[in-house]
Design a protein around this ligand. Structure first.
Ligand code: ATP
Length: 438
């Protein structure tokens, strides 16, 4: 229904602000470029995604271990990983308006897209945020906010081996913040300077990397399905030799059709033994693995499924945003998969000024709250307005207590977000009715 793609993004951004999903960071001070704050519904959406990810990628698996490493690490970590010397993007500055751009993202490298001026020389711009640890501000106290969560897993490889004694293949999983001083943050939460990643570092015997890569590829695709992304909008891109990071022997980017174009959602990379080898050499510690069965000692190779949390949120929002006509009205609704939806069900008394209805509705609300996280009570305005409000935040079920509920013990009505159809459900069956659909 929405023709213009920029217009669609504007509608999504404005719904996110209006309904408490996502706000501009530091907004009352004019904002801070590349930062965003999640509001009440946003944080519920984020938590649902994190929980489903953690269950699928970590806690449901016997070969996975969770970690939560510090964001600030010894700067030697980032020297060994190559980030200090090489984690940079090409920066160009217009000599006339002084706007800065990423050189590799310009259509015409000779002309500023903002004023037509010419560019100065291209230079490499390191994207790590630098800081000082402790009271001395000199080169010895320099550290960085981590630019990816991966580092915290590689440096804990030895700790995990020594404490958990896992058998290869096994992996570490982590969800956490990462920071990149992007030259041009843009497209809402797609490219920001502070974001979250959900990453796995999976350690394998080098002879098994191909099978493992293939298994993770399938898991990533099934994850996209789990969170309700339309499979026709998810595409795999085999990254060409020339475009891959120097240590990677194979990378697949999973791209999503965002309203602003087909862009990277996730990455899956075979990182060889680059990381463990580099940390072993730089730290002087033995970071090898001894295989009891084959009596082999080797440095494991790594398969890395890397998933951006905020790009997931954005893909889910863009995928879910729907406009249709229900009855005589045009409505906007978020067609979230029920397992992802921040609010699972809303409970209404049909009329606000009838205490017996309100009392019963409160009772039903209490019963559902015990069973589900994400249940709200609403008695504001007429029932049609309440439905629209819940549609806009993607609530799959609206439960209404009416006179038949109390007078005839006839249960409640449950209204389905997508079809608008209502069904009568007895109070005894209500919890299992909703559970079945989530
Ligand atoms: P891009 O090419 O878009 O800059 P990248 O290839 O540098 O991304 P990776 O280093 O592979 O990204 O990071 C892994 C994942 O982290 C990405 O697939 C993406 O989901 C997420 N990500 C990376 N940079 C950002 C950012 N600036 N804002 C939000 N998410 C990001």
């Amino acid at each position: 229904m929405t023709e213009n793609k920029n217009e669609l993004m504007e509608k999504i951004v404005s719904l996110c602000k209006r309904r408490g999903f996502i706000f501009q960071g530091s907004e009352i001070y004019g904002g801070l470029a590349g930062t965003w704050d999640y509001g009440p519904y946003g944080v519920s959406l984020v938590n649902n995604i994190k929980n489903i990810w953690w269950k699928k990628f970590v806690s449901d698996r016997e070969d996975m271990y969770g970690v939560d490493a510090a964001i600030i690490m010894n700067s030697k970590v980032w020297e060994a990983s190559g980030h200090v010397s090489g984690f940079s993007d090409p920066l160009v500055e217009c000599q006339k308006c002084h706007h800065r751009f990423r050189g590799d993202q310009l259509e015409d490298k000779n002309k500023c897209p903002d004023c037509g001026g010419s560019f100065g020389e291209e230079r490499q711009f390191n994207m790590m945020f630098k800081t000082y640890v402790g009271a001395t501000e000199d080169e010895t106290s320099v550290s960085y906010l981590r630019p990816e969560t991966a580092g915290g897993m590689f440096v804990n490889f030895k700790n995990i081996i020594d404490s958990m004694h896992p058998k290869i293949p096994f992996g570490l999983g982590q969800i956490g913040k990462a920071f990149r001083n992007e030259i041009a943050p843009r497209d809402f939460i797609f490219r920001s300077r502070e974001f979250s990643q959900m990453e796995v570092e999976y350690f394998v015997n080098p002879k098994d990397w191909k099978d493992s890569f293939e298994r993770w590829r399938k898991i990533m695709l099934s994850w996209c399905d789990d969170i309700g992304l339309d499979s026709s909008k998810v595409h795999e891109l085999e990254v060409a030799d020339a475009d891959r990071a120097h240590y990677s022997k194979r990378t697949i980017d999973f791209e999503f059709d965002y309203p602003f174009g087909r862009k990277e959602l996730y990455g899956l990379a075979y990182r060889t033994d680059f990381d463990l080898q580099s940390h072993s050499t730089a730290s002087g510690q033995d970071i090898s693995y001894f295989d009891e069965e084959s009596k082999e000692r080797f440095i494991p190779h790594v398969i890395e499924p890397s998933l951006g949390l905020d790009r997931t949120v954005l893909a889910i929002l863009c995928n879910a945003y729907t406009e249709d006509n229900l009855g005589d009205e045009t409505r906007v609704f978020l067609k979230f998969k029920p397992s992802i939806a921040p609010v699972k069900c809303a409970v209404f008394p049909l009329l606000k000024n009838k205490p017996e209805l309100v009392l019963k509705a409160r009772e039903v609300f209490g019963m559902l709250k015990k069973e589900f996280s994400g249940v709200v009570f609403d008695d504001n305005g007429n029932i049609g307005k309440r439905y629209r409000r819940q549609d806009e935040i993607g609530t799959p079920f609206c439960v209404t207590v009416d006179f038949e509920t109390i007078e005839d013990n006839a249960g409640v009505t449950v209204r389905d977000r997508d079809t608008g159809k209502q069904e009568r459900v007895s109070l005894e069956d209500l919890v299992s009715y909703i559970k079945l659909k989530i």
